[in-house]
Design a protein around this ligand. Structure first.
Ligand code: ADP
Length: 485
């Protein structure tokens, strides 16, 4: 199949969260199954700094919205994964750093930016079809590309002699919906007749995600549990009725891990590599990190890590609240990496300041450090209040850092609580997103480390196969399936 893959993040070029990792890995896995995938992204600044050689097409793609026609520059390249990528540029609009915004918040014209991008994707698909290049599937992701299914249908409706591609929308997080004032509608290139309960309207506002869920031929989300959770409050974030309406077309597929990138056996960022057959070097990674972050050098101290966005969803405030108790009741050391709102950053920093050097907080996007932290850690903590899929627990498992998670969404689907003898299970779970429940699970996990079966457990978890082949095959089945209501 020929698959067009419009998305707004791509690791390592433009990464905000897990979407970037998925955009890099899923197309690669689909390619390995024999499909041709072309990623389509905004032309972010700095792509060439990463060594990408881009070819600029001579003729622009003309996209009309309202009474304005934009000449969209089209760049193309082939990524090192051998996946093709196209970058679209509307000067001043798409080529901005930070994907969705900068330090002062989201860009105020994101509705226009991503509507233009989405319409350009539809124009590209139509242009390809007109020139005899088949497009079977357009696979969109999250609210910024949620208008693509509508624009694709609209574009192909004007050319009935061409076969319209099937559209798939993957919801990576239902909390981000792209809601805007209705007065913007004409600037998005959408007719007022679409502003209805069966269309883009949502409580008298525009809602990108809702429109995508209704217009896509198939909708997926990133775990089976989350697919159920979003059909009821509160995790549908008011779109539960819309998800329910499309429940026959809605499938949950847990994300995979790209073991070419997240794998202690080949990871170039580690001082020493290791795998499930020989874990000895993991101790060296721990010593090196303790040294790098000026933690007490102590191979025996359990090292517990958190890597994630500092937003209420991720429960970083629960960690700040629990930290004094965790320090008192265990010998553990803590490493936190994250970026986020000022209040969450200062809450975490304040708790860390009182740890007498046993906890470290590194603020910011620290991609390379994250690899070293997973390798050094005995545990990764993922206390998310809700979690569509979550990648950190999957990375932790491969690096032998056992996940301690709130059993919700994808965390519940990928972490099975260990029994008291550590004979079964793949991590430690707790049922309520509270500081007390978190402390209880950490104490249980840390106690498990002194049991004889501990090393066997770590090795068993490191051997779990969470690669992308299986999820990619499930997406393939969705692509092939007849559209469902
Ligand atoms: P989400 O997409 O909701 O942010 P995921 O767990 O799906 O959460 O993916 C998060 C990804 O972002 C992981 O690859 C994680 O390692 C990475 N990450 C998050 N925050 C940081 C940070 N401050 N520095 C480096 N990597 C980070």
């Amino acid at each position: 199949m020929e698959i067009l893959f419009p998305v707004t993040e791509l690791s390592p070029y433009a990464k905000v969260g897990g979407l970037a990792d998925v955009a890099a890995a899923l197309p690669k896995a689909l390619r390995q199954l024999g499909h041709a995938v072309t990623l389509v992204l905004p032309h972010y600044p700095g792509l060439d700094e990463h060594g990408l050689l881009l070819a600029r097409r001579l003729s622009p793609l003309n996209v009309t919205i309202g009474d304005k026609t934009h000449a969209i520059a089209v760049y193309s390249t082939r990524l090192s994964s051998q996946v093709d990528a196209v970058f679209l540029d509307a000067p001043g609009l798409l080529d901005r750093p930070g994907v969705y915004g900068d330090a002062s918040g989201d860009y105020p014209d994101n509705a226009e930016r991503f509507a233009l991008f989405s319409k350009a994707v539809a124009s590209l698909a139509l242009e390809w079809a007109e020139t005899g290049k088949r497009v079977d599937i357009v696979h969109c992701h999250d609210w910024p590309t949620s208008l693509v299914p509508f624009f694709v249908k609209e574009a192909f409706a004007s050319k009935p002699e061409l076969t319209a591609p099937k559209t798939v929308l993957t919801v990576h997080n239902a909390a981000y919906q792209g809601q805007f004032e209705k007065t913007l509608l004409p600037q998005l290139g959408i007719d007022w007749k679409e502003f209805s309960v069966d269309g883009i309207e949502f409580y008298d506002k525009i809602n990108f995600l809702k429109f995508g869920i209704l217009r896509a031929d198939a909708v997926t989300t990133v775990s089976e549990t989350y697919a159920r959770e979003i059909q009821v409050p509160p995790l549908g974030h008011s779109l539960e009725g819309v998800f329910k309406q499309r429940k026959n077309a809605l499938t949950g597929i847990v994300n995979g891990v790209d073991y070419a990138v997240w794998n202690p056996a080949v990871d170039p960022h580690l001082v020493a590599r290791y795998d499930a057959e020989d874990v000895t070097n993991k101790g060296r990674c721990k010593g090196a990190l303790q040294n790098e972050l000026q933690l007490p050098f102590d191979p025996a101290a359990p090292l517990i890590a958190f890597v994630g966005r500092l937003v209420p969803q991720k429960g970083a405030d629960l960690i700040a609240e629990a930290l004094p108790k965790l320090l008192r009741s265990t010998e553990a050391q803590f490493v936190f990496i994250g970026e986020g709102s000022d209040d969450m950053v200062s809450a975490l920093a304040a708790a860390v300041a009182k740890s007498h050097g046993r906890a470290v907080f590194v603020r910011g996007a620290q991609e390379v450090l994250a690899h070293r932290v997973f390798a050094a850690a005995d545990f990764v903590l993922v206390p998310s209040r809700f979690e569509p899929c979550g990648l950190v627990q999957l990375y932790g498992q491969r690096y032998g850092a056992l996940p301690i998670v709130h059993a919700t969404g994808g965390l519940a689907d990928t972490v099975i609580d260990c029994d008291a003898q550590l004979e079964t299970g793949t991590g430690f779970t707790f049922d309520e997103p509270t500081a007390d429940a978190l402390v209880g699970a950490v104490q249980r996990a840390v106690a498990g480390r002194s049991l004889v079966r501990w090393n066997a457990l770590v090795r068993r978890v490191m051997r779990l196969d969470r690669g992308w082949e299986r999820p990619a095959r499930r997406y393939e089945r969705i692509y092939l399936r007849e559209p469902l209501n």
